[in-house]
Write a protein that binds this ligand. Structure first.
Ligand code: FES
Length: 207
């Protein structure tokens, strides 16, 4: 979408009367219309104080620590540094919407449990949002790619366990991809055999 079209879309997501502005956006897959007087309020405070989603945490407030990590249109973003006006017409996802199902955890959340990742736990929602953004764009990252992408701060130093958990999900994904590749190879081989079989049968009959 061009810049002009994007601005038009954002403007159409604004309505309101008497000094208030209604901002429309999608939050964890559901449409939200937020009434506000101050469009510069950071998304973090809207999530926590207005919408009751407390999973996104406040750490530094200046976009450095990553405790407030969310996804904006599928990309990693710092909720403390995004004015709510910037969400108009866009899609926001928080830790509360990480799993598709309310009854099942996201594979990363399961890996976090298996690897006993959290210590105090304060930064872990942000860590999970950062990890899921990484695996969405790169399902099988190298160690270096994990190190480059995972820059959220953990004061308990759970970095090694975070990395191990991400790698276990990535390995499972790589295994799935390899199994699918092998199944497709077998299927192709079977199809070729079935295609050639009548010819082989005829050649044997003629001898
Ligand atoms: Fe947003 Fe630290 S609280 S990056």
């Amino acid at each position: 979408m061009g810049e002009h079209a994007s601005k038009q879309k954002n403007l159409s997501a604004y309505t309101g009367t008497k000094g208030t502005v209604n901002i429309s956006f999608t939050l964890n897959g559901k449409p939200v219309v937020l009434k506000t007087k101050d469009v510069t309020t950071p998304l973090l405070w809207i999530l926590r104080d207005e919408l009751g989603l407390k999973g996104t945490k406040y750490g530094c407030g200046i976009g450095r620590c990553g405790a407030c990590s969310v996804h904006l249109n599928g990309r990693l973003a710092r909720a403390c540094s995004i004015p709510i006006s910037d969400t108009a017409g866009h899609a926001v996802n928080t830790i509360e919407g990480l799993s598709d199902s309310s009854r099942d955890l996201h594979p990363l959340q399961k890996a976090w449990v298996q690897h006993d990742v959290p210590q105090c736990g304060y930064c872990q929602a942000g860590q999970l949002m950062a990890a899921s953004a990484l695996l969405s764009s790169n399902p099988t990252p190298t160690d270096e790619e994990i190190d480059t992408h995972m820059v959220n701060i953990c004061r308990c130093g759970t970095y090694l366990r975070i990395k191990a958990a991400i790698k276990s999900v990535a390995s499972a994904k790589a295994l799935q991809v390899e199994e699918l590749r092998q199944m497709q190879l077998v299927k192709r081989h079977t199809l070729i055999e079935e295609r050639d079989q009548p010819q082989n049968d005829m050649q044997e009959t003629n001898h």
